[in-house]
Design a protein around this ligand. Structure first.
Ligand SMILES: Cc1cc2nc3c(=O)[nH]c(=O)nc-3n(C[C@H](O)[C@H](O)[C@H](O)COP(=O)(O)O)c2cc1C
Length: 336
């Protein structure tokens, strides 16, 4: 029987190979710490916060857990133009965060060396073999195989299972983590059986008591089936030409009924539909999902979610999610 105690666990000094995937501002210190305290690896998504907020988030997480946790940056050109990452990355290196993860953009050997010099590990989210080869040649330590089922921004053309198998076969010495569509212990066991050294779960952890996803968003995740999610480039204000999987909502359905017109001709463009806690407006088609403290027509915002919504029917503490994943996986592995 395959074990859940994979080499990735030893590498990060964690009990279970379950990573709470970075999910923008829905993820937070309370969620990351709860996951790490329960034996997984919590992650902070640091693309949006500024330098000061980054320091505060890391120090709060460190007060909530003494266990390892990771951080993440989106390196897409459009994103880093408005939200530079270099200073924040320096903070993470000084704070000795054991796993620094990136997605989009290109990882240079220099960037990776600057992290390796402090004996920290680098993960990169990839959606095809070509990208993985480039990442491994640059010195990446962990590959995150993000399949077409994933929630949020994605570029994969193949399933999580197929991508995982392809990467495991090509890089037998690099830990590969499966990302996209996973929410149950049985799927966890299947990923391990396919050669993954762990799982990287986003949407399941959004529907937890600790996540910062707004209650309206959490309810939508509970109600949705996988067929209620769709890949589009609809929520493009802030990050254009970047495909993403969301739950089909009123904004999506009205656009679809209008014949899926291109940007500039869509229904309700420029309309203010919600406000952030600090009072700044959010306009229709922005890339912003509904977070605690926002108000307005929150259902109409970008409801990023994976096909994993199919298996999510209750909001529970993140530690309970881990418990269910581990127990379900052990049960399934026994039957293989
Ligand atoms: C709301 C949301 C926001 C996300 N933000 C990020 C991010 O900031 N950085 C990143 O690398 N991936 C991000 N992702 C992708 C996740 O890290 C992960 O790959 C994905 O959620 C896996 O699919 P699943 O949601 O079916 O578990 C996001 C996903 C969601 C649902």
């Amino acid at each position: 029987m395959k074990s859940l105690n994979t080499p990735f666990c030893k590498l990060l000094n964690i009990e279970y190979p379950i990573v709470q995937a970075p999910c923008g501002s829905s993820t937070c210190p309370e969620l990351a710490a709860e996951v790490s305290n329960a034996g997984g690896l919590g992650m902070l998504a640091l693309s949006r916060p500024n330098r000061e907020e980054t320091s505060q988030m890391i120090s709060l997480t460190k007060t909530l857990t003494k266990k390892p946790f990771g951080v993440n940056f989106v390196l897409d050109e459009i994103v880093i133009k408005s939200r530079p990452y270099e200073e924040k990355l320096r903070v993470c290196i000084e704070e000795k965060i054991p796993l620094i993860s990136f997605t989009y953009g290109k990882l240079t050997s220099e960037l990776i060396k600057s992290i390796h010099n402090s004996k920290l590990l680098v993960a990169f989210t990839v959606w095809d073999l070509e990208q993985a080869i480039e990442a491994v040649n640059s010195g990446v330590d962990v590959l995150v195989a993000q399949g077409i089922e994933a929630g949020g921004h994605l570029n994969s053309k193949i399933t999580t299972k197929d991508l995982t198998k392809e990467l495991v076969q090509n890089f037998p010495n690099i830990p590969v983590l499966s990302a996209g569509g996973i929410a149950t212990g049985q799927q966890f066991a299947e990923a391990i059986n396919n050669g993954a050294q762990g799982i990287w779960i986003g949407t399941r952890f959004l529907a937890t008591t600790e996540s910062k996803a707004h209650e309206v968003y959490k309810q939508k995740i509970l109600e949705a089936k996988s067929s209620d999610t769709e890949i589009s480039t609809l929520f493009d204000i802030g990050w254009s030409n970047a495909p993403h999987r969301t739950i089909k909502n009123s904004t999506y359905n009205n656009w679809s009924k209008a014949g899926c017109p291109s940007s500039g001709k869509r229904p309700g463009e420029g309309e203010v539909i919600a406000h952030r806690t600090n009072g700044t407006p959010i306009i229709r088609y922005e890339d912003t999902p509904p977070i605690d403290g926002m108000n307005g027509d929150l259902e109409a915002l970008a409801l990023y979610a994976g096909t994993s919504v199919e298996y999510i029917d209750k909001i529970i503490p993140a530690s309970k999610v881990l418990e269910e994943l581990v127990n379900g996986a052990i049960e399934t592995l026994c039957t293989f």
